[in-house]
Design a protein around this ligand. Structure first.
Ligand SMILES: CC(C)=CCC/C(C)=C/CC/C(C)=C/COP(=O)(O)OP(=O)(O)O
Length: 283
């Protein structure tokens, strides 16, 4: 019983390890990495895959460490599928895999490709117990990882930086930070009971909503501003038109319903922005 706390055998260990793969948190960073590659135009699938694997391993690291800290260090959770030793081994394996990917990017692209990917792991590894104790870093850590994944995905394909992926990174950092504030507000009662300092716990639920929708509004205005100065094509404004009604419905719902709507709205928003930038239908 190396990994599983509840059972022995290879299948139980595999189940315990896979319990830390959370598709809801995993898919957006993978999509962000792929999106960065797509923004480069013609792209090398193998290089894109190495970057995606690095991003996956970074997010996996975050979940394993968060679960370990919450259960074994803070005694916050009632149960955890991994043994303490299993957590450490899984952390070591994921981290080794991440740095092997970094080495590959260094050799196949250049040192900057490795350096621009490194923050994904730094943010992930330090999520718990460091970054998740402060409302600002607890809110912006995951969106910042997504922003870095977009810029890194682009860099590994082109060995350069450009205005469009950087603008996307800024938009998603701000917009997703808004969504994260609402997502965290779902756990308001529990977080307050364990003194976890999310935005909702620190400023109260009502003000957290104002902060959240304010951040989303800034993200949407940024899209219009980037379109106005021709960083994004004019058709990018359609992404704003798609997101606004979703946000309007979300504003009236509970935190649970709002989170569900906003996450789906973000996928729609990303899809419309991708079509706008890649195909430039109105240009
Ligand atoms: C590349 C990239 C995207 C990097 C960022 C990785 C990152 C910070 C992921 C966070 C994932 C995570 C542990 C969420 C739950 O934490 P929580 O503290 O909100 O919830 P909890 O109550 O389960 O601890």
């Amino acid at each position: 019983m190396t990994f599983s706390r509840h059972d022995s055998g290879v299948v139980a260990d595999a189940r315990a390890l896979s319990s830390q793969v959370h598709p809801v948190f995993m898919l957006p960073p993978l999509a962000a990495s792929w999106f960065g590659s797509v923004l480069a135009g013609e792209f090398d699938v193998a290089l894109g895959a190495v970057h995606m694997v690095a991003v996956f391993l970074a997010v996996y690291t975050a979940h394993v460490k968060d679960g370990y800290v919450d259960f074994y260090v803070r005694d916050e959770d009632d149960d955890h599928p991994l043994t303490e030793r299993g957590c450490r081994l899984a952390l070591a394996l994921a981290t080794t895999g991440f740095f092997l990917c970094l080495g590959a990017l260094w050799l196949l692209v250049d040192p900057v490709a490795a350096l621009v990917t490194l923050p994904c792991w730094l943010i992930a590894y330090h999520h718990a117990p460091q970054l998740d104790t402060n409302p600002v870093t607890a809110t912006t850590g995951y969106p910042l990882g997504i922003a870095v994944a977009i810029v890194g995905g682009y860099y590994v394909q082109t060995a350069g930086f450009a205005a469009v992926p950087l603008a996307f990174a800024v938009v998603f950092l701000v917009l997703l930070s808004g969504v994260k504030v609402i997502d965290d507000a779902k756990d308001y009662e529990y977080d307050r009971s364990i003194r976890k300092r999310t935005v909702a716990v620190v400023v109260g639920r009502e003000r957290a909503r104002t902060v959240a929708f304010g951040l989303m509004a800034v993200g949407l205005v940024a899209v219009l501003a980037f379109a106005a100065v021709s960083v994004f094509p004019p058709s990018a404004a359609a992404a704003v038109l798609v997101f606004v009604p979703v946000a309007a419905f979300a504003r009236r719902g509970t935190d649970e319903l709002a989170t569900m709507l906003l996450v789906r709205g973000c996928y729609l928003f990303l899809a419309v922005l991708l079509v706008a930038v890649y195909y430039q239908p109105l240009s």
